[in-house]
Write a protein that binds this ligand. Sequence first.
Ligand SMILES: Nc1ncnc2c1ncn2[C@@H]1O[C@H](COP(=O)(O)OP(=O)(O)OP(=O)(O)O)[C@@H](O)[C@H]1O
Ligand SMILES: [Mg+2]
Length: 233
Amino acid sequence: MSEILSLQGVTAGYGDAVIIEDISLAVEQGASLAVLGRNGVGKTTLLRTLLGATRQFRGDIQWRGKSLASVDSVQRARLGMGWVPQQRGVFRSLTVEENLSVVARPGFWSHETVWKLFPRLKERKYHYGDQLSGGEQQMLAIGRALMTNPELLLLDEPLEGLAPLVAEEVEIAVGKMIGEGTVTAIVVEQHPIVALKMTSQAIVLERGRICHSAASDVLAADEALLDSMLGVA
Ligand SMILES: Nc1ncnc2c1ncn2[C@@H]1O[C@H](COP(=O)(O)OP(=O)(O)OP(=O)(O)O)[C@@H](O)[C@H]1O
Ligand SMILES: [Mg+2]
């Protein structure tokens, strides 16, 4: 397996404020990384740092062995970083089908493969973004990121705020696309059980630093540790 992304001692934040500190990690092609941690520890800031949307104070981020130091966020997207923001951000005045079409780039992911992953989106393909339920918007946000055929997909709390049944539908689909190795992904989640089931590796953040790093199945089996770090019984 080859390394897509690696971070060495990355410290970043906004303005003069340091939010994440001394982060080192690596993501191999076909692998998946869960980023866990309580509210406000810097999970979203870590993703935004990968995308080049924060102020980086120290350290280096490398994409396939090359430093991203002078690569801006537009160029990072072009290199193959896809992003499903915590706020979803679908185009409300476009139909589901159009939302997918406007971002499409050639590759495995097309309307057909996205419809297969989210049959519900196919049923709604002529509906406008603002006519969708929260769950459908999340499916569309993921579908849209997939249509860019990213080499690395960053998902920020894909299940947040969804009703239990639809959350399960999204969880199964995300698990499937990661499990089948069709995308390499970093998944930010507050629910460790869900995230650990989907991923191969995991890190836990505490006040902007990595306080634990493990294989996902090993961490999932350690209830006492999960409880002490994340407060899950
Ligand atoms: N644009 C910004 N400017 C300044 N500070 C920010 C900005 N965005 C976030 N922060 C601060 O950075 C810290 C970490 O926020 P971040 O959103 O990365 O946490 P998080 O782990 O994603 O939280 P949540 O679980 O609530 O999504 C918080 O203290 C927050 O107030
Ligand atoms: Mg967040």
